[in-house]
Design a protein around this ligand. Sequence first.
Ligand SMILES: [Zn+2]
Length: 238
Amino acid sequence: MGHDGAVLSRLLPALAALALAVLTAGCGGGPARDPAAEGSPERSASATPAASEAGGETFESDVELARSLGEDFWRRRFEADGLRYEPLRDFIAYQPLKGPACAGEPALPNNAFYCPEGHFVAFDERWMREMNDRLGDASIYLIILHEIGHAVQAQTMSDFRLNVERELQADCYAGGALGTLVSAGALNAEEGDEEELLINLASAGDPSDAWWRPDAHGTAGQRQQAFAGGYNQGVDSC
Ligand SMILES: [Zn+2]
């Protein structure tokens, strides 16, 4: 991902036609595991000497950009409906065993989560850096936009019978926000980003379609499909 620069929307056709790839891993509800990646795909080389100045050039700037662009997207979206988006109260990078508790539950290592009680997003920084190194910077956008999607759900009082529905909508929201940001030129998709996104989603899929489980997040295919649906059709389709 890069900031500024020409928009290269190769993601659209690729994401529209997916439903492949099956790896494994998990993500829990509450402060449990979120889009974790256990696969070990090679990071595809980002062939962009471009994407110059501010943002998207370092891990820190990608993290900050994902957060600010993601929240900005939702603020505008809420305003378009005459509503007010409540910004996150905090955005916390934590060390593996020193994360903030949420509703009495300790933060887990190798995870990112949204905490409704404190209205904050927190993530294990070392884990996120590893994902970035291993799977590319698209993973940062995916994880953070997914968690911001949970923050949006908290504000829209969305109610779900199944956890998997909540998680797939958060994936759809992440795709919708990212798709809009890319087509608006706020972010440019770089060579390899689409593969990164697909691999990330696949690697965070549930190992089986145990949709009834309280920690279900959807299979690799379901997660990719939810994300692609949002990416191609916007958050209103979620
Ligand atoms: Zn989630």
